[in-house]
Design a protein around this ligand. Structure first.
Ligand SMILES: Nc1ncnc2c1ncn2[C@@H]1O[C@H](COP(=O)(O)OP(=O)(O)OP(=O)(O)O)[C@@H](O)[C@H]1O
Ligand SMILES: [Mg+2]
Length: 344
């Protein structure tokens, strides 16, 4: 939708090049659409547009960009010249206008044309009205998405509650009944059978509890460290979490690390044969690293080999979605180590 809107705008005006940044609450920008940008900016998957800061984004963040601004020297183009990235399409400056709806701002619409270093009042007025239309459309999309998320969360909550009240309670009764059977029977074989039933029911109960936790929306109210400890405690695992650096992670990343941590604890509980797992979280200004380690039995792991299960695949997918890197190292008898690196 954004890409089309941008193309229509460029077609009907003298601007030839344009790009749209979304800027989130934490000030992080993402490149959402672009059209006809010079090769110096499109090189390496638009890395100069996607990474680093620039005047327009900084002005937006500091709240100084409230209306269409005439010409802003493009720091990204300057960088591309300094780094000899090739053709700049004779673009040095661009006009910039915030995407707004009501009092909310979502990002920036930037447009430029070769050799152009001044935009007329009527051009800026047109830009503002287009930005307003785009901003309103984004607002509608965001609201619909939020509604969908809320509906999904409610549904997951309902499922978690139902599972807890039905299957979970039944399994619990089953463990008690089997225990009663073991105690009451005098026959060794019957005792053994009841004891096996008790063990299996206990296992199913543990898995069910883990599932219920995973269905719950967040559990991150008191931070990642506490959530991981609580989850481990529930599964009877000894979880140690060490944190280095200031942790104020974007919520998307925190949620992903939480889900990855949950699966790592599940796997350690189910497969490692150990009862302890260690987490080390390091944050630097634009990268978060989470190392997870258990000293258990380990397994043969080949990253290019297809695994039919969901756990490890799910962890990888979460990291990929955030453009991070996922690494798993394990060998039989050597324990298992997972390293996740996510830029932000
Ligand atoms: N910490 C670990 N220690 C030992 N083996 C492990 C560990 N983590 C994973 N594995 C091995 O890797 C396999 C794949 O893990 P994965 O999490 O993808 O699947 P799963 O746990 O078997 O099932 P699920 O889809 O429910 O997660 C496991 O079946 C197990 O053999
Ligand atoms: Mg698993």
């Amino acid at each position: 939708m954004l890409s089309c809107a941008l193309q229509v705008l460029l077609k009907g005006t003298e601007f030839t090049t344009g790009w749209i940044f979304f800027i989130d609450e934490e000030g992080g920008h993402s490149l959402e659409a672009y059209h006809n940008i010079p090769s110096s900016l499109s090189d390496d998957g638009c890395c100069l547009l996607k990474n680093g800061g620039c005047w327009c984004v900084n002005r937006f963040r500091s709240g100084k960009l409230t209306m269409a601004s005439n010409i802003i020297e493009c720091q990204r183009i300057e960088k591309s010249i300094a780094e000899n990235k090739g053709d700049t399409g004779n673009i040095e400056y661009h006009a910039t206008v915030p995407l707004q709806s009501g009092n909310e701002s979502f990002g920036l619409l930037n447009v430029a044309a070769p050799g152009k270093n001044h935009f007329h009042e009527h051009e800026l007025a047109l830009l503002e009205s287009v930005a307003f239309q785009i901003g309103s459309a984004i607002k509608r999309i965001v609201l619909t998405k939020k509604e969908q998320e809320i509906a999904l969360m409610q549904e997951r909550n309902r499922l978690a509650r139902d599972l807890h009240d039905s299957v979970n309670q039944l399994l619990f009764s089953l463990t008690l009944t089997a225990r009663g059977g073991t105690l009451l029977s005098g026959d060794e074989q019957v005792k053994e059978t009841f004891s096996t039933i008790q063990g299996l029911a206990q296992e199913a109960l543990t898995e069910m509890r883990a599932l219920i936790w995973q269905l719950k929306p967040h559990g991150l109210e008191n931070g990642l460290s506490e959530a991981l400890n609580g989850y481990g405690e529930m599964l009877g695992m000894d979880v140690e979490v060490k944190v280095d650096g200031v942790v104020a992670l974007p919520s998307k990343i925190e949620e992903a690390l939480w889900r990855i941590g949950q699966e790592a604890i599940n796997n350690a509980k189910k497969h490692s044969g150990e009862e302890a797992i260690y987490f080390q979280l390091n944050t630097s200004p634009n990268l978060v690293t989470l190392k997870i380690k258990d000293g258990g039995c380990g397994f043969h792991y080949n990253p290019v080999q297809f695994i039919p299960s969901m756990g490890i695949k799910g962890m990888q997918e979460r990291v990929n979605q955030l453009e991070g890197r996922f690494q798993l190292k394990s060998e039989p008898g050597e324990g298992t180590e997972i390293v996740v690196k996510i830029p932000y």
